[in-house]
Design a protein around this ligand. Structure first.
Ligand SMILES: [Zn+2]
Ligand SMILES: [Zn+2]
Ligand SMILES: [Zn+2]
Length: 204
């Protein structure tokens, strides 16, 4: 079963070397995506590629045969769907739902950062020997290096992904402005950033 697509109306006067699709698959994704999205519109280009505009704003497409994206009219069991796409698709009457589909939405501001906010900062506890430090933001141990230019030279922990012990967030600034206060990390606005372990202990 395919679904009807909206026309790919644009505000720009770009001339499209392709045709607007009136029908499309129910679900689309690229390999790197953590969930399926839903097409709002689609253009079949003269070079054989198809590009869908998802309801959430992503552009998904290319050559499906070359594996650049995948499409499906049935949802593989248990796989999640973008909640923004699904809610809009159902609200616009493109499909019924959510019919048991598992919807996912991760607010951007609460997504853990790709690199630890303690990276390249003086937010570490130096370990004996002075070559490695324990990151005060995520508790992982990484090498210490001299870094920065002549006006911002510092001895800091190397860039690293956030460890499992990543500290909790300031309600106003998430992980954006961590600073060291008496050997602990707090937000620069003065609010505490909760230790994930102590938070677990107080959970009833
Ligand atoms: Zn989406
Ligand atoms: Zn860290
Ligand atoms: Zn704050």
């Amino acid at each position: 079963m395919t679904v009807p697509l909206l026309p790919p109306i644009t505000y720009s006067l770009a001339v499209f070397d392709g045709d607007a699709l009136t029908e499309g698959p129910r679900f689309i994704r690229t390999r790197g995506m953590s969930r399926w999205h839903r097409p709002r519109n689609g253009v079949a280009y003269a070079n054989g590629r198809t590009v869908y505009g998802a309801w959430c704003g992503y552009g998904i497409g290319g050559s499906e045969r070359a594996g650049e994206y995948a499409s499906s009219d049935t949802l593989p069991p248990g796989e999640p769907v973008c909640a923004t796409c699904d809610g809009r698709a159902v609200g616009a009457g493109q499909d019924t739902g959510p019919d048991g589909r598992r919807l996912l939405y991760t607010p951007r501001t609460l997504r853990p950062p790709k690199s630890c906010p303690g990276s390249r900062k003086r937010l570490f506890e130096e370990l004996p020997g002075g070559r490695a430090g324990r990151c005060l933001v995520c508790s992982d141990v990484h090498p210490l290096r001299a870094m920065g230019g002549p006006y911002d030279s510092r001895y800091a922990i190397v860039q690293h992904p956030p460890g499992a012990g990543l500290i909790g967030t300031c309600p106003f600034h998430a992980w954006r402005y961590p600073t060291a206060v008496d050997g602990r990390v707090a937000c620069s606005c003065g609010r505490p950033m909760p230790d994930p372990n102590s938070a677990k202990d107080t959970t009833p």
